[in-house]
Design a protein around this ligand. Structure first.
Ligand code: OAD
Length: 244
């Protein structure tokens, strides 16, 4: 695909770029996305049996088995060309912030530094009662417990029905409100509040770019829609920006 000249111009003029990523950017690393028909995690497991506070209270050992499986999977893969291209892009514009819905840490492993983990981090552990981060627990237990109060530990991710942590929400809102160019990459734009960021950015004057394999509810609103793999399109974009 040819990257539109207008988009390259908008990137050259941009003062603050905000990038929202979803599970599609990690797909080429081998991490399954959430909603794709055949490979999505949710096709094999019912999220309502695994990723809610109720489910955890009902069967914490089952939920922990699932998260251990996800941790092992993510630990065994590497950031891909899309993650690496965003690191390069950050070096080509005055400011770039990534808001990621992914909990896999792959942006940071690629070398991105300004990353807001909107849905938490798969590898963190939190006290189920007090919510504090716990780093010194015995993780070999079937259901690990908080070293402070003895309550069950849970993975440090946002579950269905839970609010976004205040600090992440605040940081994301200020990244969106300050940006003049907004990218939505590898996300189905179905899950709120993250799905509302593109429109919020557009309303305050930012141009919106979508990079996705397929059309999404955002596609008709975006100024630029690049349809294809982020692991191909992002390096192409960075390449055009450096050579043209
Ligand atoms: P989805 O599975 O809903 O969407 C993945 C998107 O990535 C789809 O639109 C695909 O077309 C696109 N895609 C797949 N491979 C791609 C590739 N190589 N390049 C570009 N695009 C590609 O995942 P998310 O939008 O991330 O929340 O889902 C959002 C949230 O829903 C998740 O963070 C999770 C889930 O419920 C929580 O767990 C709180």
């Amino acid at each position: 695909m040819t990257i539109p000249d207008k988009l390259l111009g908008a990137l050259r003029d941009a003062q603050q770029v905000c990038v929202l990523t979803g599970s599609g950017i990690s797909a080429e690393s081998g991490v399954p996305t959430f909603r794709e028909a055949q490979t999505g995690l949710w096709e094999q497991y019912d999220p309502h049996e695994l990723a809610t506070p109720d489910a955890f209270q009902r069967d914490p050992a089952l939920v922990w088995r699932w998260y251990r499986w996800r941790r092992e999977l993510v630990a065994s893969v590497e950031p891909n060309a899309g993650h690496h291209a965003l690191v390069k892009l950050a070096g080509l514009v005055p400011a770039l912030t990534i808001i990621t819905q992914n909990v896999d840490g792959l942006h940071q492993r690629a070398g991105s530094d300004k990353v807001i983990e909107f849905h938490g981090n798969l590898f963190e552990n939190r006290c189920f009662v007090e919510g504090c981060a716990v780093t010194d627990a015995d993780m070999s237990a079937e259901v690990p417990v908080c070293t402070g109060c003895g309550a069950m530990l849970r993975p440090g991710v946002v579950w269905f029905g839970e609010s976004i942590p205040e600090a992440a929400m605040h940081a994301a809102e200020s990244a969106v409100h300050g940006c003049d160019l907004f990218f939505s990459i590898g996300t189905s734009s179905l899950v709120w509040p993250a799905a509302g960021f593109a429109e919020a950015a557009r309303q305050q004057g930012a141009s919106v770019v979508e990079i996705n394999l397929d059309a999404t509810p955002l596609s008709s609103q975006a100024d630029f829609c690049l349809q294809g793999k982020s692991g191909t399109l992002l390096p192409e974009l960075v390449n055009c920006l450096t050579v043209k």
